[in-house]
Design a protein around this ligand. Sequence first.
Ligand code: CO
Length: 424
Amino acid sequence: MTRRLETDEPAGDETRPEEEGTSLLNRRSLLAGAASMMGTIMLQSVTGSAEAATPVAQDDPTRVPGKIPSPYGQRSAFETATRKLRAQSASLTPLQDSHGILTPSALHFERHHNGVPTINPAHHRLLVHGLVDQPWTFTLDDLKRFPAVSRLAFIECSGNSAIEWRRPTGKTVQETHGLTSTSEWTGVALKTLLREVGMSPEASWMLAEGSDAAAMTRSLPLDSVLEEALVCYAQNGEPLRPEQGYPLRLVIPGWEGNTCIKWLRRLKLGRAPFMTREETSHYTDLMPDGTARQFTMIMDAKSVITAPSGGQRIQQGFIEIRGLAWSGRGRITEVEVSVDGGRSWQRAVLQDPVLPKCHTRFYLPWRWNGEDVILQSRCQDETGYRQPDHAALVAVRGTNSFYHYNAIQSWQIAADGRVSHVQS
Ligand code: CO
């Protein structure tokens, strides 16, 4: 069940409210809104801008020539969505303000272990060595001569939603889920580069190393990454942002974000994991019996309602419930939404395109009648894996873990329309 372009045939069994011949928005509140907008315009004509921080709009943009073209674009001064900083080492994407499946490069989440380096691309090199016939040092110009590959893929920090293990309340979706973003990534296929240097048949693991001040380094099993990994120099049609690894980043669709090594400077092939600091100091999952899961690389299926979500306030009447679902194992095949705290579920509409290892946008038309309710979403991917609820996840993993939290998220709507983050 997917939402298609309007030129396509109707997608099937979902009921879209505009097909029912009913008004989506309350007619009286629309009229009231129009009246208050007129009031605002008249007030601004008399007094000018009400606040210094508010950009000044033209009273009538049809009466004055607009701005001339600019060399590099900016968003409207009226738009204010920003990443939210977490300590000195991360920032979170404002999912509550996002539309569609792409994340603007300027709002892609960040996570780095010792800051964002400033790298001159003319001096940057990628060394590929170890179990290869011919070790080689590539410049960026060299890499751009290879056949280019582009694909859309989400990158999610394995620590995304980590606070949910201990179940705090009162958070926004940016705070609970903002460490995931989707971009179009462009570069060279890893297998093309490894063919060029002559990968030894004995090679089974690859070390990837960044040139940041942490020299961020991970060991990757070659069998699993060879088919899809990209050595990327571009994001959303332009060179990578510095925070996303400029000038070179490894992207492994569906794998935890830390394996997508930024500021990539070295790939080394070997016979075993290299057991770097990051394989133990981070990125292991402590189980209830005291053992730890190691090399847990794939991000399991997960979904969240982005609107209405924590911190927002809604009005009675028509609400389009909107959210994102994604899986590191392939395509999302189904998203269901509950408006009664999980007692019953309805299939959401999936917006085309539904791509593997990429954010998928879902919608469910709904009417809120002013009752206290709990909204939830759950998804399934093409392997048949179903997103668990909190109790099912904790039954398997305990509560010692920090990484890989993917349980169903609950938003409570109170009678006054305020939306808050709750346990359920
Ligand atoms: Co992991």
